[in-house]
Design a protein around this ligand. Sequence first.
Ligand SMILES: *Cc1c(COP(=O)(O)O)cnc(C)c1O
Length: 480
Amino acid sequence: MIIRYQLSQLPSVDECLKSSCGQKWLDLFPRKIVLRAVREVIDSKRKEILNGAVSDVSIEALSHDMEQTIKKYFAYKLRPLINATGVVIHTNLGRSILSDRAVEHVTTTALSYSNLEYEITTGKRGKRYSHIQEIIRELTGAEDAVVVNNNAAAVLICLDTFAKGREVIVSRGELVEIGGSFRIPEVMKASGAVLREIGTTNKAHLADYENALCGNTALLLKVHQSNYRMIGFTEEVPIEKLVKIGKEYKIPVVADLGSGCMIDLKKYGVPGEPTVQEVVKTGADVVTFSGDKLLGGPQAGIIIGKEKFIQKVQKNPLLRAMRIDKMTLASLEATFMQYLDEEKALKEIPTLRMLTESADVIKKRARKIILSMKKDVSRHAELEVRADESQAGGGSLPEINFPTFVVSVKPLSISVNELEKRLRLSAPPVIARIKDDALLLDARTVQDGEIRDLVGCIIKAFQIKKLLSNKISPPLTGGD
Ligand SMILES: *Cc1c(COP(=O)(O)O)cnc(C)c1O
């Protein structure tokens, strides 16, 4: 009897849409989404009633679930999150975040027409690459430049341009794989160039390169070891020496730098990375690097070098398939412009700022995070600021540990894995790492503007149990 009564009390879709909540939703969200959500909630309530669960089925009682469902369906799938991993160039989390200036230039360029391929002075058709050639030349010392979608494309188009059907000499120690899909031997195959491996895993000598030269040699390729380092009994041939034999035998030398660091980070306590400018100075004919690794800009592949070679790349029809869009071009231009003032670049380009930030500043941020949540969280977890180490990530500076400070959260009532999961599923998601039964929030990669949200998510994570035990959902207040 009760079941039949309750079913009869269930509101219809139409009644829900006509209610004040329904009218509000229809104003704010697409009708399709509202309909789907309303139907879904009514259906699930019907099932609950049939299963014997007794609950309030008035529109007021259902509207909270309905609104949450609408919001779930109308949310972006790609969304911001808080990176508390300490990995600055985190490939899974979008690598570099852009500077304000870069975002500003993207926004204005995207919102209006532009001279993307138009020469204002002559009124004639222009080239999209022209906008950043000058600034790249000035900053790197290279004769010419062209840009593509990413560094993988940069390497591919270079191989296609200079070595299709011919041999490319690479040391076995440099046949790297970068994050799964980019492997030098496979890129080589895809380009139609023939890989000529020389040396051994740990050692390559100049003579190995010279012995491999033949009439069919098109290129000497030097690949940055990126995400790994060789230690012990090792030897590699520096680019300078490759350039020398390249000159002698008239074979071009291409250097794939991977990250492509524009500022000498040694001065800031980060050793081991040659700068783009240094590599250009060696006389390498072509140098390629990423836009979103140490450069701290958008995803892009930068190809610089001698004019003769860059012009050849520009004439390759493949360039059209790899061409960079106007928004990327705008953010790349703005990012490069910031390098004109090195000190400002270090402060304003987030990737550089995070990598060179002093441990003191990071410690202060970690303290601030703890202070803002102590009152609510200390009953649920042991909190402390601890020294730890962060990583550059993105295949950059793999052997360097950056001294950092983390907020260690050791939950008392739930497992650390449960806490990690709750934070990951929170809004915004918080990504952190677990070490020795504690969740570590690395203050290096948490942005100052994110602290409030971060703290809110942690407080909520410890209250989830309380919310779940509330049988009757709270009325519509906007939810999260
Ligand atoms: C990262 C990297 C690439 C690929 O660059 P993307 O911009 O990710 O396409 C190629 N070569 C090396 C050495 C790298 O480190």
